[in-house]
Ligand binder design. Structure first.
Ligand SMILES: *Cc1c(COP(=O)(O)O)cnc(C)c1O
Length: 379
């Protein structure tokens, strides 16, 4: 079965009692039982909900995983996944990871005896060098936000597995349509469904998918015990979103290429960060492990003043955090998403005051480019 067929049908069987083609929103907290210990597999809605179950089966199928668990946010999915390691264990993390992930690991989980090393995972050799006796997990994000650093999923998986560590990949930026990390050996894939999977900027959610039975059992136990579950309505929204994931990602990718090409040629743009560009140092690796380059493009106009002009004179693009929705969003990483990152770290990885990030939406490509063009004219 092809990707779109799976996206539309996996988990989405017509409702057995009414024939409804769309999985209903099972807005219930509990389920009537026929007798003591006799029920239809559903007892209490923190533990099981049919709408959430449909979504979990759907995303697991899209990533090529056996099991899926949906959570109240991307961060809740990542937090639950980290419950696979224990006090005394060591975790290696991509050093340019999502700010919320960095905050969760360094400010909260490190208080519970879990040790984190942040390394440049774009070189698998750095991962190998950082592995210790107690390393139990390698947590990757690729491409990273907003400077699009790529990690070699196969090479890192090989290095980690040789030393008995699991590999987790945050696949939020690519979606399973453009990148399926498990095909390169990754053990667990996490997503903020808030972004491309939902795709319409109208819900917050997260998911973790995997195939190892023992780890899956533990994740299900954590999901039920800690209870950070995705609601039936939000599950339904994401389930609706994934049905059109393939066509949406095709268009995000197409417009992303056009916007990047326009920016790369523009005299006011000093540098672009886009894996589809031949100037990207990991362009070949991106081509090898991704089906496309997605809709995220970052560019540097040199100074805060210039960035401010662009950000404040766009008319179609919306100044906002987040990404992956139908509308084009524009943001300033240094003062918005990455404000909590140390200034010297920001400088080292290229998050300068002149950097602008665009999440290319699904408006007509010419309109997006015309808007950026008139905004850049103001410089
Ligand atoms: C947004 C995001 C998250 C966090 O997801 P929430 O749904 O906001 O909790 C994690 N990783 C990446 C790459 C993200 O973009």
């Amino acid at each position: 079965m092809g990707f779109s067929t799976k996206a539309i049908h996996e988990g989405n069987e017509p409702d057995p009692t009414t024939g409804a083609v769309t999985v209903p929103i099972y807005q219930t907290s509990t389920y009537a039982q026929e007798g003591l210990g006799k029920h239809k597999g559903f007892e209490y809605a923190r533990t099981q909900n049919p709408t959430r179950l449909a979504l979990e089966r759907n995303i697991a199928a899209l990533e090529g995983a056996k099991f899926g668990y949906a959570f109240a946010s991307g961060m809740a999915a990542i937090d639950a996944t980290l419950r696979l390691v224990h006090a005394g264990d060591h975790v290696i993390v991509s050093d340019n990871t999502y700010g919320g992930t960095f905050r969760l690991f360094t400010r909260i989980l490190s208080n519970y005896g879990i040790e984190f090393s942040f390394v440049d995972t774009s070189d698998a050799g750095n991962v190998e060098a950082a592995i210790k006796e107690n390393t139990r997990m390698v947590f990757l994000e690729t491409p990273t936000n907003p400077v699009m650093i790529i990690s070699d999923l196969q090479a890192v998986s090989d290095v980690a597995h040789a030393r008995g560590a699991r590999v987790v990949c945050d696949n939020t930026f690519m979606s399973p349509y453009l990148q399926r990390p498990m095909e390169f050996g990754v053990d667990i894939v996490v997503h903020s469904t808030t972004k491309y999977l939902n795709g319409h900027s109208d819900g917050v959610g997260g998911v973790a998918v995997l195939s190892d039975e023992k780890d899956a059992e533990w994740l299900a136990f954590v999901q039920n015990s800690a209870g950070a579950i995705l609601s039936p309505f939000d599950s339904w929204l994401v389930l609706r979103g994934t049905k059109t994931l393939a066509v949406r990602m095709e268009q995000h990718d197409k417009s992303g290429r056009a916007v990047a090409a326009f920016l790369e040629e523009h005299p006011k743009v000093e540098k672009i960060y886009y894996p589809g560009s031949l100037s990207h140092r990991q362009h070949d690796l991106a081509k090898r492990q991704q089906k496309g380059f997605g809709g995220m493009v970052a560019f540097d106009v040199g100074t805060l003043e210039r960035a401010r002009i662009v950000l404040e004179t766009v008319r179609l693009c919306t100044l906002a955090e987040s990404l992956g929705g139908v509308e084009t969003l524009i943001s300033h990483p240094a003062t918005m998403t990455h404000a909590s990152v140390l200034a010297e770290t920001r400088q080292r990885i290229g998050i300068t005051d002149g950097l602008v990030r665009v999440s290319v939406g699904l408006e007509d490509t010419e309109d997006i480019i015309a808007d950026l063009d008139q905004a850049l004219d103001g410089i």
